[in-house]
Write a protein that binds this ligand. Structure first.
Ligand code: F3S
Length: 389
């Protein structure tokens, strides 16, 4: 890899051994993808927001950087908190070093947004910006819906990008790698964003799906992308006439594409069997975390009623604060809904109470990652929560 004189100086230790380690990590990472140089980034987003012992190498790196007084060189946000107070086992065992971890992040100058929906308000890129983001749901949104450019980076290299302000140039940073690989035609009566993301993500793996025109709103694009990025390895998708790099099929394909037809039957097959839904202990919304707009979309189903199953909303902290200023917050609490700001996956990975083992969620991502989490569309969720027949 060819480094600039400034980058070479950091590599050689001009800014201390910790920064040399950071840039060497990026060089090794880039070389494994045949990158030829490191390029500046506009912002970083980190995934390592939780303190668990299995990531000891990450915490060691973070500690070394923080103790050496290193600061992030670009605006840097961080994923949701893991639900330290959600359960006794989280507080006493899984995340017992959480407060220390957050103090280290603060020392580095990381913005304490604690949300994977960073692109919503706290770290909003512009079209064409080069980013050094981790968190697959944020990466796919930045690339697809905003038209910024980032690879699917991982924990550890994300911190190295934040403190150097650099990323290796490869993959989705190049326009020729952002072209569609398959055209998705929709033969459905009732849109179900997450089920669609689940089906397409599993089939396309790390390709770039292009959906024929459909009027997805921002919430739909957020949830569709997050599920494709989890069920497959999708880093980018297009919707014809909706996402910024897809004004037409000619703009996104450089050759005649393969065409897949997704039917209602495909989407319905993702849903948990209705007959078994009685086993559900918890109804879980918000993975990625819900925005205030998303809460307002579902709130009318709950206001003035009482849930009959434990029902949880996981909310972007900024939007949680906004919600708390509205009468709607009290109305949702009166309906029996628990309002949380953490990541449900991190918080619920260890569930000792058998009543909580069976989860129903309308998040394709949570369904994919969390043991015991079955998928339901919005109707299923409302029915199992006891607010709709
Ligand atoms: Fe976000 Fe946690 Fe889901 S990071 S996408 S709420 S798994």
């Amino acid at each position: 890899m060819q480094l600039s004189p400034e980058q070479q100086a950091i590599y050689d230790g001009a800014e201390g051994p910790e920064m040399a380690l950071a840039i060497k990590t990026l060089v090794r990472y880039g070389e494994s993808f045949k990158a030829e140089r490191l390029v500046p980034i506009k912002s970083a987003h980190l995934t390592g927001s939780f303190a668990i012992s299995t990531f000891s190498g990450y915490y060691e790196l973070l500690g070394r950087l923080a103790d050496a007084g290193v600061k992030v060189k670009v605006p840097t946000t961080i994923n949701p908190r893991p639900g330290y107070d959600f359960s006794t086992q989280n507080r006493l065992i899984a995340f017992r070093k959480q407060k220390h971890h957050e103090a280290q992040l603060a020392k580095l100058g990381v913005t304490p947004n604690y949300s994977c929906v960073c692109y919503h308000k706290s770290n909003v890129p512009s079209f064409g910006d080069i980013l050094g983001w981790a968190e697959s749901s944020a990466v796919v949104y930045a690339n697809s819906v905003i038209g910024a450019r980032t690879n699917r980076n991982s924990i550890m290299v994300d911190v190295c990008m934040a403190v150097t302000g650099l990323t290796p140039e490869f993959g989705l940073l190049f326009p020729e790698n952002r072209k569609g690989t398959v055209l998705i035609k929709l033969d459905i009566e009732e849109m179900d964003d997450d089920a669609l993301g689940f089906v397409v993500g599993q089939r396309v793996v790390d390709g770039i799906p292009v959906f024929e025109h459909f009027p997805f709103n921002e919430t739909s694009l957020k949830n569709l992308g997050a599920t494709m990025a989890a069920a497959g390895g999708v880093g980018m998708f297009h919707v014809l006439g909706v996402t910024p790099e897809a004004p037409s099929a000619e703009a996104v394909f450089d050759k005649e594409p393969e065409v897949w037809r997704i039917t209602q039957r495909d989407l319905d097959a993702v849903r948990y069997e209705r007959a078994k839904q009685d086993e559900t202990g918890m109804v879980v919304f918000g993975c990625p975390q819900m925005t205030l707009d998303e809460i307002k979309e579902v709130a009318p189903y709950f206001v003035g009623k009482k849930v009959s199953k434990r029902t949880l909303f996981h909310i972007v902290p900024h939007d949680y604060d906004e919600l708390m200023k509205l009468p709607l917050a009290e109305q949702l609490i009166d309906a029996g809904i628990e309002l949380h700001q953490h990541c449900p996956l991190a918080a619920m990975t260890v569930r000792l109470n058998p009543k909580n083992r069976h989860v129903l969620t309308n998040s394709g991502k949570l369904h994919y990652y969390l043991a015991g989490a079955e998928y339901g569309n919005l109707d299923d969720m409302l029915r199992v929560a006891g607010v709709k027949q």
